[in-house]
Write a protein that binds this ligand. Structure first.
Ligand code: ATP
Length: 701
């Protein structure tokens, strides 16, 4: 036996104070109910004031109350970030007067963390980056040579040297060709770098996001903290790498170039040249930094709005049939229009905030070229080159012009990268925030020991035991209090109660998805093998029929024989599927959920169950879409295969397949257990009338 538990520490237990209603209060955690003056009330009043300030079409998108975790059994919030006002139906609105994302130390911390992931273990990204540096150095050597060509032309033209002119023509044509080759090489390496970077970061996120239990919690419970994690992984990483690529292409060897051209400029124009250029850069950089901050923030919120807009369309696609049946197309159009409107508002916000930066960048470029003439003029008017003949002065002017303009150009490139930099900062904030949320959640889950197994709790029998278990909803409502029950092998148990009384929640606690506020659950040692959960809507993977049956153990698919597939399909009354697909190894481009009816999808889940043959099957309304005969067949097969059922359902007719029941009464976490007296199983279909028809000894739920 294996046990997982959430037991308060001794200190925490001391602080606990039980009220008459059975709720538990604690100074340092485990609050099943919200405390009177909590952040929840503050957030609610903030949202109310925000709602009143919004245009009418957005008001409907703001929920009148927001769920807030006051229960410490759910741990602390994932990150100290603002509560976004969210609504998947309409989009996203940023709380007014609240700027959170900017170029501060947190940004640099997050950015360094992303770089650590990208460059870890001398990855491919690392080598591409090194190759790019080398290529850029080579290319800049060529550029420097090309830059000096005009001064050589001036010389041969003023001196009328014909043969030197043709020689120079040949060399310059070859150099220009080399420069083109260099530029396209940088483009290739940059694109590979962006692609490889995207792959590395995405794989990293797959690893930390799709972790057992954590994936469920971040998507189901922490939407307020981290909106659209899927969009961050699929879109934001790509955009981050594209912006980074552009920046790297522009800036990769800029420090070297600045040192080199500063030295050249100082040699030709004296100290005033570099002094003017550096002064001009410092002023531009400070102004640029001031203008970038609001853009980072705007990009963060624009991406959130993008996420909701995309999410809405995905939901339309998933629910196309339901929407059409309920003639909800007009409503869908309205919410899509509203969501687009919110996106446009956010996009416009980005455009407006980028405008001053664009103005600065353009002005800086033009001003840079004027500055180079000032730098040339100073030594010329000071008479530094009066001793040279006119042809040599034109060479000097051309050289100073090139080095000063090129140095100014390097600085203006840094300023011009401001837009990309603000993009990078925005995406870094979104990805960094997700990383932190996942880290915090992971630590939180480790601290509350929600996962199992705990070696010291190993026991020999195969029962599932709940011992004094209490738990709350994520919003802090007590659902079940001091629940003690043993699920024994061979004894089917039914869990019943009205809607929302916590039937599925008991299964969530059993599966480790929800934490307990107290008590412990003891599972069979090989719980992964011995315990299989069948939800109402099974998850059907993309892939072959063989893979479908062994889900989630895709790697074992090849070991399942065709005969075995046909056998379990027959048990699940899906033999026609075998004929329909013919080739068990054909990967269907069509979604299996489109190929199978809801009832057939549930049968597919039973086919998996019959293939795996666990000790316990936890069925959460797992037969709700099946016809009566099929329902009987599923429970009969479970009995024949010695699978003990723990069933959540509303169908009174199913009582005959169970020996015990747990009833949740929905008030103060109350519950009761009883024996079910009636036929414990059904051999023939005839003695099963109708799921809705009660028999004398069948309990009513
Ligand atoms: N993610 C969540 N956040 C907040 N509350 C939740 C969440 N999931 C469930 N709840 C609440 O927990 C309570 C119990 O939910 P549960 O799904 O266990 O009910 P149930 O008895 O299975 O209902 P039904 O018979 O309708 O399936 C409900 O009041 C529900 O609102």
């Amino acid at each position: 036996m294996t046990m997982y538990r959430l037991v308060p520490t001794e200190d925490e237990a001391r602080d606990e104070d039980r009220t008459e209603t059975g709720s538990i209060h604690s100074q340092n955690g485990y609050h099943p109910h919200p405390q009177p003056s909590t952040p929840r009330t503050r957030i609610q009043s903030f949202m109310l004031s925000l709602k009143n300030r919004l245009p009418s079409f957005l008001r409907s998108s703001i929920p009148s109350s927001t769920s807030f975790n006051s229960s410490a059994s759910w741990g602390s919030r994932t990150t100290a970030v603002p509560r976004h006002v969210t609504n998947p139906g309409a989009g996203f609105v940023k709380p007014k007067d609240k700027r959170e994302y900017k170029l501060d130390s947190l940004f640099f911390k997050r950015f360094i963390r992303i770089l650590e992931v990208l460059f870890a273990n001398r990855s491919m990204v690392f080598w591409l980056y090194i190759s790019m540096i080398l290529f850029c150095c080579l290319n800049e050597g060529i550029v420097y040579y090309v830059g000096l060509i005009p001064s050589r032309y001036y010389k041969v033209l003023v001196d009328k040297e014909k043969s030197a002119f043709f020689q120079l023509l040949g060399t310059s044509l070859f150099t220009v060709f080399l420069a083109g080759f260099g530029k396209s090489g940088i483009f290739l390496l940059g694109s590979l770098l962006a692609m490889e970077g995207r792959k590395t970061l995405t794989l990293y996120f797959h690893r930390i996001y799709l972790r057992p239990k954590l994936f469920y919690r971040i998507t189901m419970m922490h939407e307020e903290d981290v909106d659209n994690p899927d969009q961050r992984i699929t879109q934001d990483i790509d955009k981050l790498m594209e912006s980074l690529k552009r920046m790297v292409e522009e800036l990769i060897i800029i420090p070297l170039l600045i040192i080199f051209y500063t030295y050249q400029c100082w040699l030709l124009a004296g100290y005033t040249g570099p002094l003017f250029i550096y002064g001009y850069f410092i002023i531009s950089a400070i102004t640029s930094r001031i203008l970038i901050n609001p853009i980072v923030d705007a990009i963060f919120y624009k991406e959130s709005a993008e996420g909701y807009f995309r999410f809405l369309h995905v939901r339309f696609r998933q629910c196309a049939e339901s929407i059409t049946f309920s003639r909800g197309e007009a409503e869908a159009k309205n919410s899509a229009d509203e969501s687009l409107e919110v996106l446009m508002v956010n996009q416009l916000n980005v455009i407006y905030k980028e405008l001053p930066l664009q103005f600065l960048q353009q002005s800086v470029s033009y001003f840079g070229s004027i500055l180079s003439y000032v730098i040339i003029a100073i030594p010329i008017f000071m008479g530094d080159y009066d001793h040279l003949p006119p042809s040599d002065i034109t060479v000097v002017i051309s050289k100073i012009s090139f080095v000063s303009m090129y140095l100014t150009y390097q600085f203006s490139k840094i300023i011009k990268c401001g837009t990309d930099f603000s993009d990078v900062a925005g995406y870094t904030s979104r990805l960094g925030q997700l990383m932190e949320a996942l880290d915090n959640l992971n630590t939180e889950m480790e601290n509350i020991a929600i996962d199992f197994p705990h070696e010291e709790s190993v026991s020999s029998d195969s029962t599932i035991r709940f011992e004094d278990v209490s738990f709350n909803t994520p919003s802090g409502e007590l659902i079940v209090s001091d629940f003690t029950y043993t699920f024994e092998v061979g004894t089917n148990t039914m869990i019943v109660g009205s809607n929302g009384t916590g039937k599925t929640s008991i299964l969530r606690v059993m599966g480790g998805l929800w934490p307990m506020s107290r008590g412990q659950v003891i599972l069979p040692q090989q719980y992964r093998k011995d315990l299989i959960f069948l939800p109402q809507t099974p998850y059907l993977t993309y892939g072959t029929l063989r893979e479908q049956l062994v889900y989630p153990h895709k790697d074992t698919a090849a070991t399942v024989s065709d005969a075995e597939i046909i056998r379990v399909l027959k048990l699940a009354r899906l033999e026609h599927i075998a004929e329909m697909v013919q080739d068990f190894d054909f990967t269907y481009t069509l979604d299996w959920t489109k190929m199978l009816s809801p009832g057939e999808q549930q049968k597919m889940a039973f086919a998996r169950l019959f293939y795996a043959r666990p000790v316990f099957a936890v069925l959460d309304e797992a037969t709700s879409s099946m016809d009566n005969d099929s329902e009987i067949e599923m429970f009969n097969q479970c009995r024949l295969l010695n699978i003990t059922c723990i069933t959540v359902c509303h169908n009174v007719g199913l009582a005959r397949f169970h020996q015990r029941q747990i009833r949740l009464n929905g008030t103060d976490g109350g519950w009761s257990t009883s024996e079910i007296s009636g036929p414990s199983n059904v051999e023939s279909h005839d003695d099963y009338d109708d799921g809705g028809q009660e028999e004398e000894d069948a309990p009513t739920f």
